[in-house]
Structure formats: structure tokens, C-alpha cells
Ligand binder design. Structure first.
Ligand SMILES: Cc1cc2nc3c(=O)[nH]c(=O)nc-3n(C[C@H](O)[C@H](O)[C@H](O)COP(=O)(O)OP(=O)(O)OC[C@H]3O[C@@H](n4cnc5c(N)ncnc54)[C@H](O)[C@@H]3O)c2cc1C
Length: 286
């Protein structure tokens, strides 16, 4: 497996700026996120406070970002990282699908999301509730699986889970048409609560209930406490110093995830600092 110098998780202004800086410093990088940059860039109406780009729409802003990284020869790997493991002298990153990646250092640029976990989600995580199909599908071979799917982009994970399940109940949280699969039942409803005793076994929806052996909640991002265990938080944000270093050696964070103000220019600036700190780390840990 290729081992990268730096894996960057997130393709908003923080992650993209980190990627540019690392490319300029000839580092072997893995940039993980999505090809539109970030919804918070793409969907913004009009941006008036980014230096050099007055009155630009979010869509054009996003295009300008992506064009810039393309010109630099940087590719985006479209994946959602569900977990990062500290292996001592390198980090292993678990993608949502079958992919596993390795890097000597990691920059977390995932932005912030404010959606609350479902009632019971945190309590039953690892006890019948999972965020990672690849990691946990084997536990539910021939059993009944329920999947809450946030976006159509992750539908291949549903196909994978259906291939191991007896029956799969899919709760899509989006409106696109759903491809039919023989052992998949689609229920359009809103998840409210996860219930169980020692292990989770029931999902309460607004108008239905689903019994399951395993529940997979496939989101565009995962809670930070799950993404990298042991990372020090400052409230809802990752605690960093001015070099964007976290408490874990070789792990850096930048952008909204390190705290307010939530601004594009602050995110990009911190991406630059995190990248240079990663360069320093690599030089001192050969
Ligand atoms: C509607 C709107 C308008 C705004 N207007 C302005 C403005 O005019 N001026 C201004 O300065 N700021 C504005 N902001 C704030 C600005 O959007 C944020 O400060 C900025 O986008 C933060 O950049 P970031 O790179 O830290 O994170 P984000 O832009 O949130 O990008 C994070 C990226 O990481 C990806 N990601 C998350 N988790 C994972 C994972 N586990 N694996 C892989 N990828 C992952 C996400 O999908 C996303 O692509 C606005 C925000 C909104 C919502």
C-alpha cells in the first residue's frame, strides 16, 4: 500500500489550502473529500469578504478552488473517512468503502456540523450501531441490517451491506430515486431514537419501527470523538496551538473545526499553517 506523507481529510478552503502548500513543498499527499470542495463553499449565495475575489457566488468560488488545485496537479479522492488509527509511526485511515489508506501524518480539515446524534446513537455505538460498513459488515452476515443513509453518494455501501445481509431496511434521508435491490426494503421516514438493552435492536421512526441486528448510520462526516480516539477537544472543536498541532504527534487540524470565527479566509490561513507544521514534523521524524 502507498504510504503518503500527509493525508488531508476535508476539501473546504482549509483542506485545499493545506494541499496546495504541501504540493509546493513536494510532499506526497492524499486529499480526501469531495469534488465540489464543500457544501459550505458551493452553496453560499454571495461572498464579499475573501481577498481578491469581490462579490463572487459560492458556485464560482468553489470552481475557482477546484481549478486552482487541478492546475497544481492535485487530485481529490472522493471518500469519507470513518476512522483514523494511530499505528505508532504512521496513521491508518478507514474509508467508507473497502479502502484503507496510510500516511505519516494527518491534517483534519473536516469543518463543523451541528446536527445532533439520534437519541441512543452515542450510547449504542459499537453495540449494534456502526458508522463503517467495511469494519462491521462481517458481524451481520446473514442477519437483518438497517441503514440510515444521508446521501446518495454512499449508495454503494448499501449494495455492499445488502450482499452480506439476510434483509436490509434502508431509510434514505434524501429524495433521489432508489435503485431496487431484491433484499432491500425502502422506508421513507425520519429516525427518532435507537433502542435496545445490552445491544441496540430497534429504530424508532416518526411513523414506523424497524427491528434489526445491526444499524449502520452512513453520514457525510462522523463525530470527531469517533474519527480519532484520544484527540483533545475544546468544547465542540479540536484543541490546537498556533502551529495547528493537536495533542497527537503528527496530527494537525485547521479551519472551522478548530473554532470560531467560521470564515473562509481564516480556514485557508490555518490550512497553510497546518501544512507547514506537517512539513516540519516530517523533517524531524524521518
Ligand atoms: C451559507 C453559508 C454562507 C457562508 N458565507 C460566508 C462568507 O460570506 N464569508 C466567510 O468568510 N465565511 C462564510 N461562511 C463560513 C464558511 O463556509 C466556513 O467558515 C468555511 O467553509 C470553513 O472551511 P473548512 O475548510 O474549515 O470546512 P468546510 O468548508 O466545512 O469543509 C469541510 C469539508 O470536509 C469534508 N468532510 C467532513 N468530514 C469528512 C470525513 N470524515 N472524510 C472526508 N471528508 C470529510 C466535508 O464534506 C467538506 O467538504 C458561510 C457558511 C455558510 C454555511
Amino acid at each position: 500500500m502507498d504510504r503518503f506523507d500527509v493525508a488531508i481529510i476535508g476539501t473546504g478552503p482549509a483542506g485545499l489550502e493545506a494541499a496546495l502548500t504541501l504540493k509546493n513543498r513536494n510532499k506526497k499527499i492524499l486529499l480526501l473529500g469531495n469534488n465540489n470542495s464543500s457544501d459550505k463553499v458551493y452553496k453560499a449565495h454571495e461572498i464579499k469578504n475573501y481577498l481578491g475575489l469581490p462579490n463572487i457566488s459560492g458556485e464560482d468560488f468553489s470552481k475557482a478552488f477546484i481549478e486552482h488545485i487541478k492546475v497544481m496537479g492535485i487530485e481529490i479522492t472522493e471518500d469519507v473517512i470513518s476512522q483514523v488509527y494511530d499505528m505508532g509511526d504512521y496513521f491508518a485511515l478507514q474509508g467508507h468503502g473497502q479502502e484503507m489508506y496510510e500516511a505519516k501524518s494527518v491534517i483534519i480539515a473536516t469543518g463543523v456540523k451541528f446536527d445532533k446524534p439520534y437519541k441512543g446513537e452515542e450510547e449504542f455505538l459499537g453495540r449494534g450501531v456502526s458508522y463503517c460498513a467495511t469494519c462491521d459488515a462481517p458481524l451481520y452476515k446473514g442477519k437483518n441490517i438497517c441503514v440510515v443513509l444521508e446521501s446518495a453518494d454512499e449508495f454503494d455501501e448499501v449494495e455492499f451491506l445488502a450482499s452480506v445481509a439476510n434483509e436490509l431496511t434502508l431509510i434514505p434521508l434524501y429524495d433521489d430515486e432508489i435503485k431496487s435491490i431484491s433484499n432491500v426494503k425502502v422506508v421513507k421516514d425520519k429516525p427518532i431514537e435507537i433502542k435496545g438493552e445490552r445491544k441496540a435492536n430497534k429504530l424508532i421512526l416518526e411513523n414506523n419501527e424497524v427491528d434489526f441486528d445491526g444499524l449502520f448510520i452512513l453520514k457525510k462526516s462522523v463525530p470527531l470523538s469517533y474519527l480519532l480516539q484520544g484527540i483533545e477537544m475544546d468544547g465542540a472543536h479540536i484543541a490546537v496551538n498556533r502551529q495547528m498541532e493537536t495533542n497527537i504527534k503528527g496530527v494537525f487540524a485547521c479551519g472551522d473545526i478548530t473554532g470560531k470565527p467560521y470564515q473562509y479566509i481564516k480556514a485557508a490561513g490555518e490550512g497553510n499553517v497546518a501544512a507547514l507544521s506537517a512539513v516540519n514534523f516530517l523533517a524531524n521524524n524521518k
